[in-house]
Write a protein that binds this ligand. Sequence first.
Ligand code: UD1
Length: 427
Amino acid sequence: MDVIEVEGGHHIEGRVLVEGAKNSALKLMAATIMAPGVTTLTNVPNIADVHVMGKVLKELGATIEVLDEHTLAIDTSSVDRWETPYSLVSQMRASTAVMGPLISRFGKAIVAMPGGCNIGARKIDMHLLGLEALGVSFRIDHGDINASTPQGLSGNTVMLSFASVGATENLMMASVFAKGTTIIDNAAREPEIVDLATMLNEMGAHIVGAGTPVIEIEGVGELHPVVHRVVGDRIEAGTFIAAGALAGGPVTVDGFDPAHLGIVLRKYEQMGIDIQYGERSVTASRSGDILPVDIQTLPFPGFPTDMQAQTMCLLALAKGSCMITENVFENRFMFASELQRMGAKITIEGHHAIVRGVPAFSGAEVQASDLRAGAALVMAGLVADGTTVVSNIRHIDRGYERFVEKLQALGAAAVRTTVPDEDVFTD
Ligand code: UD1
C-alpha cells in the first residue's frame, strides 16, 4: 500500500502548473457519446478517475487513442451498448454522467444506482425527476436504473430544488435532442457546466444561459465531433494556493482562470494572505498570522465544498476561532477528526465546525477520507512538527496528477513510499 510521507518545516515556493479540471473532463468524455465520430479532448488530466471514465466508454463500445499524456481521441462511432455496470459506478460515482448522453443517443440507458460515499448519501433523485419531466421512464431493477423513452424526449421546464452539478449536466445532455425547448431553472453555475455547454454548442447544440441559474436548450437533430480543450482545474489551483498560503510561499499557480476562485481568493485575503492576480495565474504568499474568517460552502459562485478541507487546514492554525458551515455534503467533516490527530482543535456540531486556532500541527499517521481531505492532510504535513504519514492516498490519485512531484518541485520534503499492508492502519 502506498502512503505519502511529509517532513514538516520545509519552505515551499515557486511555480506550479495545474491540469485540466477533473470535474469537467469526466463529463466532456461522457458527452462524446452524443457526437458519433472522433472527438479530441486536450488538457485532460492524467488521473485515476479519467481512466475509470475511459473504461466506462470502452465498455459501451468506444475506442480511445492516447495522442499524448493529456490528449485523448475518443471514437464513439461504434458505441452500441448502453449499460454501465456497478463494478464501474462503484469505482466512481461520476460514471452516472453517461446516463444523459446514452438516453440522448439511444433513447435508453441502464446505469447502476450509485451507493453512498464517504462525503454523504449523494442521492440522484433530482437527476431522475428532471429526466422524467423530459419523457424518460425509470424502473429500478436489481440495483440498476433502467431508463427508457416510450414516447421520445420532449422539452419541458425543470426546476431543481438544489443547484446540483450532476443533475444540471445530465439534464443538459439529455435535452440536446429533445423536441422543443427545455428550461433548467435553478441550474448549477459551476465553470465545469459552462465548459460542457461550450463543447456541446461547438458540436452543434443550442444551449444558452450556462453559467446563470436558467439554462435554455433548444433541441437539435444531431451533434458532430470536435476538438475541445478542458478548462483549467480551479480546485487543483486552489489546493496549491492554500499550500502556498500555509507554508509561506510565494507560490504561483498557473493554468486556470482566477475568476473561477472568486470567493475563495477574497476569503483568503481576509485571512491575511497576500494574493497577486495574473491573467491565468495567482501568486499566494503569507508573512503574518492567519486571521480567523467564517466560511460556508455553497454552490458556485459560493465557496466550493471541494476547498473546504484545505481551508480548514489554514483556519486550524489561525490566531483565533471561527466557524465553517458545510451546506453541500453532510459527511464532509471526517477530515476534521484526522486533523485533530495532528493537534487541531475542532468541534463539530451538525454541519458546523467550530475551529479554534492552535499555534502548530504535530506530525502524525492520518488517513485520507476523500480526495480533497487527502490533499489537505499532506498540506498540513508541510507545516507540522516532525513527519506526517498519509494513507489511503488512492483518493488523492483519483483527482490530482503527480501531486507529490509537484510539491517536491516547490521544495516540499514529501515522498510517496510503498509499505507492506500489515504495517499500515487500514480502511
Ligand atoms: C460535483 C463534483 C464534486 C463537487 C460537487 C459540488 C463531479 C464529478 N463532482 O458532484 O466534486 O463537490 O459537484 O460542487 O463533478 N443531491 C441530491 N439529489 C440529486 C443530486 C444531488 O440530493 O439528485 C445533493 C447531493 O447529495 C449533495 C448536493 O445535492 O448534497 C450537491 O450535489 P451535486 O451538486 O449534484 O454534486 P455532484 O454533481 O455529485
